[in-house]
Design a protein around this ligand. Structure first.
Ligand SMILES: *Cc1c(COP(=O)(O)O)cnc(C)c1O
Length: 354
């Protein structure tokens, strides 16, 4: 796999780390390559960041053939840049591609592409506390015909965006509303794939929750609206009467890499973590009788996000007095410590870009 590199003639000025936000500023270059049934993946290139040109009949614009990934490059105290479990993102992307009939990218090629691109853009990795370089690989069907079929042509792109600290004013627990009308995904559908369509289907409930003052919704399963699935763009975990519970990956839940990492960190620290079905009735009872000790969301953007209030059927429950819990804090400290290289990575999760 050869990657052609065409450097920009007019590099942009790096932004001030206080003005970063999320996904608003992009680096100087992007990675692109094209797929056709005849040629396979070809023309791998790093080119100046710019607009894409699409045929108006392009598959993605009509039938939503799109998948994406999200991971970060972290600046360590010694100035070096590292990735966190990138192979997991690559594997998940190929699983998502399989579900949407998009082409596979061999793991070694995807790894080379990702690391070469990060090396090219590494100066864009900010160093202020909590900041990072967010990487957004995505792939879409790009046939120039309105016929409905598995795609013959696809495009793979990676863009990068320096992002600010998720917790500028300290870790504030969020308010979450349990959604009992709309559903995000069903078993047999695309819930386990990281695809744009899942988000398109989520927006309405998200909007409604926001209007009521909640930051995201907690989804219930799409068949019975009975079992807890996940929160917006995060997986979810609860500490109920000493047991740490997270919904099992039944096919409609996105298998988060932060979720997986939380489970591994917790088990290594001696906690019992159970992946199982958790009904909203069980959670409701735990909220009522006070055995719900902690709740948090987990995902790449926030790492862990404590839940301070849950609303179900218009009844509001405060969790741990609206403060971050002990396990949540410990997970946050451990994972961010490994990601930014502040503590030793005994799991072998980090991947240095040199
Ligand atoms: C990306 C994502 C997550 C979190 O996955 P991470 O790999 O931990 O970032 C959870 N739920 C949904 C719906 C997602 O898209």
């Amino acid at each position: 796999m050869d990657i052609r590199i065409e450097k920009t003639q007019c590099p942009k000025e790096k932004p001030d780390s206080s003005s970063l936000g999320f996904g608003k500023i992009f680096t100087d270059h992007m990675f692109m390559m094209d797929f056709s049934r005849e040629e396979g993946w070809h023309d791998a290139r790093i080119v100046p960041f710019g607009r894409l040109s699409l045929h108006p009949a392009s598959t993605v614009l009509h039938y939503g053939s799109e998948i994406f990934e999200g991971l970060k490059a972290y600046r360590r105290a010694d100035g070096k840049v590292q990735l966190f479990r990138p192979i997991e993102n690559i594997r998940r992307m190929n699983n998502s591609a399989e579900r949407l009939c998009l082409p596979q990218i061999p793991e070694e090629d995807a790894f080379k592409i990702l690391t070469t691109f990060v090396r090219t853009e590494q100066d864009w990795t900010p160093s202020a506390p909590g900041t990072s370089l967010y990487l957004r690989p995505f792939m879409f069907g790009n046939d120039e015909t309105l016929g409905v079929h598995a795609v013959h042509n696809a495009t793979f792109v990676i863009i990068a965006s320096p992002v600010g600290s998720y917790y500028k004013e300290g870790i504030n627990p969020v308010k979450i509303m349990i959604e009992d009308a709309d559903v995000r995904a069903v078993r047999g559908g695309t819930g386990y794939a990281k695809c744009g369509g899942n988000y398109a289907a989520s927006n309405r409930a998200g909007e409604r929750a926001e209007k009521k003052g909640y930051s995201q919704v907690l989804w219930l399963d799409g068949v019975e609206r009975k079992y807890i699935e996940e929160v917006g763009a995060m997986n979810v975990m609860f500490k109920i009467n000493g047991e740490i519970v997270t919904p099992a990956l039944t096919g409609s839940i996105l298998p988060g890499i932060t979720r997986k990492s939380c489970i591994e960190v917790l088990r290594k620290s001696g906690y019992t973590v159970t992946e199982r079905l958790l009904s909203v009735d069980e959670l409701d009872a735990a909220m009522k009788n006070g055995t719900l000790e902690e709740a948090w969301g987990c995902g790449t953007a926030a790492v862990v996000s404590p839940i301070g209030e849950l609303c179900y059927k218009d009844v509001k429950y405060t969790i741990n007095e609206g403060k971050i819990g002990e396990v949540t804090q410990k997970l946050y400290d451990t994972l961010t410590g490994i990601q930014w290289g502040r503590i030793e990575d005994t799991f072998g999760w980090t991947c240095l870009i040199d």
